[in-house]
Unconditional design. Structure first.
Length: 254
């Protein structure tokens, strides 16, 4: 698929990696339906995109709410005059050890049900609803397309991220499942799993922990949004790619 022909939904588009993807697509001449819960940041994204070749449409979306997902996909298809892709990027963190011993009191605490469920609702259930409704819209219209799931190298396992790991591992595994299911419709499904990347999310990390993690990256630096975009772009443009996950992590082993 040529970038200038894209009519893509990008979730989590108001900041970080999602914003970078949206701007790159519009820069190439594509149309983007940008989704996020941050109205102010969405408005600034649209403003930033006005000088680009393509067009950015924007609407608020909480991917954890099924009805909102369905309504957004319908709106996006109408606003762009069709739909041929999704960058399934929206995600949150609610890190915590599954079981932890307090260093002072010795009390054993557990990861709360809310910490678990909040991440699963957005990063897995919401992401799955997005894939389902986008694929159904494209299949119903007889349009070929491509879905790019954004997983994480945490899918291989990472201390303090049981919820995030579960969601991102499932998303990578279902990339293969969905590639098989959607192949008869001419819809490819690929996945990109970023390592540590310079975004507002990682900038909020404890500095000591951040420095220690960066020190373990073989290429010697933290990733940039453009590094991840290059992999996303490959998935979009290579019509022979489907059902696989690309780790873009600088060689980091979690």
């Amino acid at each position: 698929m040529r970038l200038e022909d894209t009519k893509f939904i990008v979730t989590g588009a108001a900041s970080g990696l999602g914003r970078h993807y949206a701007l790159r697509l519009a820069e190439a001449g594509g149309q983007v339906a940008a989704a996020d819960v941050n109205d102010e940041a969405l408005a600034s994204l649209v403003e930033e995109g006005k000088s680009l070749r393509g067009k950015i449409h924007a609407r608020r979306l909480d991917v954890a709410k099924e009805a909102e997902v369905t309504a957004f996909v319908d709106w996006a298809s109408e606003a762009m005059g069709g739909l041929n892709g999704l960058i399934n990027n929206a995600g949150i963190l609610r890190d915590g050890l599954l079981v932890k011993k307090d260093r002072t009191t010795g009390e054993i605490t557990r990861l709360s049900a809310k910490q678990w469920q909040d991440v699963i609702d957005v990063n897995l259930t919401g992401a799955t609803f997005m894939v389902r409704d986008v694929a159904a819209k494209m299949a119903g219209a007889g349009d070929k397309g491509v879905i790019v799931n954004i997983s994480s190298i945490a899918r291989h396992g990472n201390r303090g991220q049981s919820n995030y790991t579960a969601a991102k591992a499932a998303l990578a595994a279902n990339t293969q499942t969905w590639s098989l299911e959607f192949a008869p419709f001419g819809i490819r499904v690929g996945c990109v799993a970023p390592g540590m990347v310079e975004t507002p999310m990682t900038q909020g990390m404890n500095q000591k922990a951040r420095d220690a993690l960066v020190g373990r990256i073989p290429v010697g630096r933290i990733g940039l949004p453009e590094d991840i975009w290059l992999a996303v772009r490959f998935v979009i443009e290579c019509d022979y790619f489907s059902g696989r996950t690309i780790d873009v992590d600088g060689g980091l082993a979690m």
